[in-house]
Write a protein that binds this ligand. Structure first.
Ligand code: ATP
Length: 369
């Protein structure tokens, strides 16, 4: 079935730490099975052993010139950065943020849905009520890294983390969010703000939202304070569709979103360079999960769903849908639930099931059609 000259996607695999070392290889296996089933493209994976172990050996989480090795890739599949013996700000800034900032992946996209078979902790929430995409500003704001400490260790010590908001930075994330909202059926965007208390940067944020909205007359939009947004997510989930928020606000809201959709182990994310100057990076939102690492218990679904986002970014829409169907068939089956979802299945069992479903999908589609 395979022809010569078929499209090959070059993907960098960076498992990182903890369960990243389990879920990324699982993701690679599933993507390879998908490519074999589709028959019209290939994946060529290159693995990088960066992370905590690399730090112990070399004193850095990734090599200084590491970005050069990634630059020519079509995308990056990432696991997790975090090690019980290395401070979190070193693991985060030394690897994940180095890639996000180095490649100006300024849009962090986090879809959240309640997948079939998954129970939301929200008793009143129907499955169709919760279907959100959170767009997180991923390049500046509260996590810009600007700041410092003086008089360290003395009683007069001072520390600052300065929130940097640039007009260019806010305009581009607003435009991205409006465009994404426009591409979804409800064409609805909620701009999350805190301009009542933060009266400089967030007021500019609001002004720019209003300005960019005029470019998208077909998108309905509203504004909500971040604190009120938590209430709305819990009590009126169906009133939300696409959301855009600052780096810090979206960081918190998207973990809430993942929890409301049933499990941290399922939620995916993409760190996107919308201009495609650099490779974009796709990863599950969960961390290293030291409590279960190395035991084959990690839920790989967050990584598989990140693979769906990667395929969409690469323009392989049919393949993305095929993988999503397989994921949903697995979450719907109680025998294939991992421990975080109250089941008994392991990483390998879930991975094998998805690979099998991908191979059978043609037959199922034929029957359905
Ligand atoms: P980090 O600081 O790296 O973000 P963390 O401990 O704060 O790590 P997670 O690593 O995401 O957060 O783990 C939080 C809890 O959720 C842990 O008990 C972990 O076992 C569980 N968990 C997270 N991801 C998964 C997964 N994919 N499968 C099963 N359990 C998971």
């Amino acid at each position: 079935m395979k022809e010569h000259g078929m499209k090959t996607y070059r993907i960098a695999a960076i498992p990182g730490d903890g369960i990243g070392k389990e879920v990324v290889p699982a993701g690679q296996a599933v993507l390879q099975a998908l490519a074999a089933a589709q028959g019209n493209f290939n994946f060529e994976f290159t693995s990088f052993d960066w992370g905590g172990d690399y730090y112990r050996e070399h004193g850095v989480m990734m090599p200084e010139d590491g970005l050069d090795a990634l630059r020519g890739m079509d995308a990056i599949l990432f696991g997790s950065a975090g090690d019980p013996h290395i401070p979190d700000h070193i693991t985060l800034w030394g690897l994940r943020l180095k890639i996000c900032q180095g490649f100006d992946q300024y849009a962090n996209v986090r879809p959240t849905r309640i997948l079939p078979g998954i129970k939301s902790p929200l008793g009143r929430c129907k499955r169709e009520d919760l279907n959100w995409v959170i767009v997180r500003e991923n390049s500046e704001g509260e996590y810009s890294g600007v700041g410092g400490r003086v008089h360290q260790g003395h009683p007069i010590e001072v520390a600052t983390d300065v929130c940097m908001m640039t007009r260019v930075g806010v305009e581009r994330i607003m435009r991205f969010a409006f465009r994404l909202a426009q591409s979804r059926p409800r064409r609805l965007l909620t701009v999350v703000t805190k301009s009542n208390a933060q009266r400089h940067a967030m007021v500019m944020w609001d002004e720019i939202a209003l300005q960019i909205s005029s470019e998208f007359p077909d998108v309905a939009w509203d504004k909500v304070l971040v604190d009120a947004c938590t209430d709305r997510m819990v009590n009126r989930p169906a009133s939300l569709d696409t959301l855009v928020a600052t780096n810090l606000h979206a960081d918190v809201l998207s973990d809430l979103a993942a929890a409301l959709a049933g499990s941290l182990g399922i939620a995916p994310t993409g760190n996107i360079d919308p201009e495609r100057r650099y490779p974009s990076m796709f990863e599950p939102i969960h961390g290293s999960a030291f409590d279960i690492m190395g035991q084959g218990l990690a839920n790989p679904v967050g990584t598989f769903w990140s693979g769906v986002m990667m395929l969409e970014h690469l323009g392989e829409v049919a393949a993305a849908q095929r993988l999503m169907r397989a994921i949903e068939a697995v979450t719907a089956n109680p025998a294939l639930r991992t421990r975080d979802l109250g089941g008994q299945a392991g990483t390998e069992e879930v991975t094998n099931a998805v690979c099998r479903l991908l191979a059978q999908d043609d037959a199922q589609q034929a029957i359905a059609g």
